[in-house]
Write a protein that binds this ligand. Structure first.
Ligand code: ADP
Ligand code: ZN
Length: 429
């Protein structure tokens, strides 16, 4: 199903023409922002110099540090009266970054979500329970208004309080949820412990999960546990929040709404583009925002472009699920490790539960604390020692380093209300 079929299936020349028009307008708009004006002047650059979307490469990068240095409103491109809303990032990696929305930006953000929900078959008959935090975090309000635009009945549940979430799901026959993957795993455990079989007693059919990196194995785990189709949803505050890239029904990569964002994948070390299909850092330029467009924003998220057309007929290119942030990488005993590598191994093992924690201590010691699945423990210590050995071996094969594995009881590791904190680094290096 399409929300706006004509835009979603624009052929390549038409899409590029639209991108060019919007990119030029955006550069013109940003001449009012001293930060960008200075950079354009230094490079002798005018909006007319942009002759194709590929000329985006002539523009300067914008980094998270630029946003922080220009905090609170140094990058605002409209007058204060034109601002309708403020959001900030959740601050996973330091001081929050502020993003302003004009009335049109608020409407566009909702439209991009509506497209995304619609392409997975969500309709006005759905009951949409938004289990993301409301407030400054975009995952609450931005998604909320998108689901309302589709015409769903939206339940602004917010995160946490699993008992209440379940009650809402049962009483109002929730069909779609928007949820953090880490919370979805926790919620699956909660249902299992309560003996609630979601296939029998709930009406859930779809879950949109995002805001955190997660693996294909985690998706399958959530799908099996909750009896839903899980769609990956990607976004970041700096680009409206959710709605930047979503999976269609094929679940084969996330379409980036290219009429709103110019997409680049670069080598993070050199800033040069990589070939299609090659992994690198996602760089986005928002070309359809009024209040605070950003040029070539360095997301630090690692992904690749999936070459070729998608069976759904949409022409907007797809990116692979995010494999991590460039600043997520851990270096342990000289080995580069992404937390997702560990997650992939753990989520692929049925005896293993749904929560884990990576601890780095001492000189360079890594311990992975792993919850057992509620059903795994049969009380035999020998069985546990064998399982621990198996997990250590599988991690060694994936990481080229053998971490210590601690198997702990289901439900014993901390659970965050917001994004999961998977790594505690207390090394004295
Ligand atoms: P913060 O950077 O403080 O976490 P945001 O709430 O804006 O602020 O989070 C955006 C970030 O969340 C993205 O840059 C990305 O790292 C992560 N993220 C969002 N959606 C996904 C997703 N579907 N898969 C992986 N990571 C995601
Ligand atoms: Zn598709």
């Amino acid at each position: 199903m399409f929300w706006h079929e004509q835009i979603e299936t624009l052929d390549c020349p038409a899409l590029q023409a639209l991108q060019l028009k919007r990119l030029r307008e955006t550069v013109g708009r940003l001449e009012r922002v001293p930060f960008y004006r200075g950079k354009f002047l230094a490079a002798g650059l005018k909006p007319e110099d942009i002759k194709s979307p590929a000329d985006v490469r002539r523009l300067p990068f914008t980094t998270a540090a630029d946003l922080r240095e220009n905090y609170p409103d140094g990058l605002l491109a409209v007058s204060r009266e034109e601002v309708l809303r403020l959001h900030t990032s959740s601050g996973t990696t330091g001081k929050p970054k502020a993003l302003f929305f004009s009335r049109r930006d608020v409407e566009t953000a909702a439209e991009l979500i509506a497209r995304a929900l619609c392409m997975t078959g969500v309709t006005r008959r759905d009951v949409f329970q938004n289990m993301m935090s409301y407030g400054l975090f975009t995952g609450g309000l931005v998604m909320h208004y998108g689901a309302e635009k589709v015409g769903c009945m939206v339940i602004p549940a917010g995160p946490g309080t699993s008992e209440r979430q379940l009650l809402l799901m049962q009483d109002f026959r929730t069909t779609v949820v928007h949820i953090l993957p880490s919370y979805a795993l926790y919620f699956a455990d909660f249902l299992e412990k309560k003996g609630v079989d979601p296939r029998k007693s709930l009406a859930l059919r779809k879950a949109f999960v995002g805001a955190e990196p997660h693996t294909e194995e985690t998706r399958r785990n959530i799908e099996a546990a909750l009896g839903v189709d899980v769609y990956n949803s990607y976004g970041l505050t700096e680009m409206n929040g959710p709605g930047v890239a979503f999976e269609c029904e094929g679940k084969c990569g996330m379409h980036v709404w290219e009429d709103n964002f110019v997409l680049e994948i670069i080598n993070p070390a050199t800033g040069e583009p990589v070939a299609d299909g090659q992994p690198g850092e996602l760089v986005l330029t928002s070309i359809n925002r009024e209040a605070m467009p950003l040029l070539r924003y360095r997301t630090r998220d690692l992904t690749s472009i999936i070459p070729g057309p998608c069976a759904c007929g949409r022409t907007h290119r797809r990116i692979h699920r995010i494999t991590g942030r460039s600043d997520d990488m851990l270096i342990v005993r000289g080995v580069n490790i992404f937390p997702q590598q560990i997650e992939r191994v753990l989520m692929g093992m049925p005896q293993i539960g749904r929560n884990y924690l990576i601890q780095l201590e001492g000189l360079d010691d890594m311990t992975v604390k792993v919850e057992l699945s509620p059903a795994a423990f049969d009380g035999q210590v020998g069985h546990l020692a064998e399982l621990q050995h198996q997990v250590e071996e599988k991690l060694r094969a994936e990481l080229w380093l053998r971490p210590k594995v601690d198997l702990v009881a289901s439900g014993s590791l901390p659970v965050a209300e917001g994004k999961a904190k998977r790594v505690i680094d207390k090394r004295s290096l």
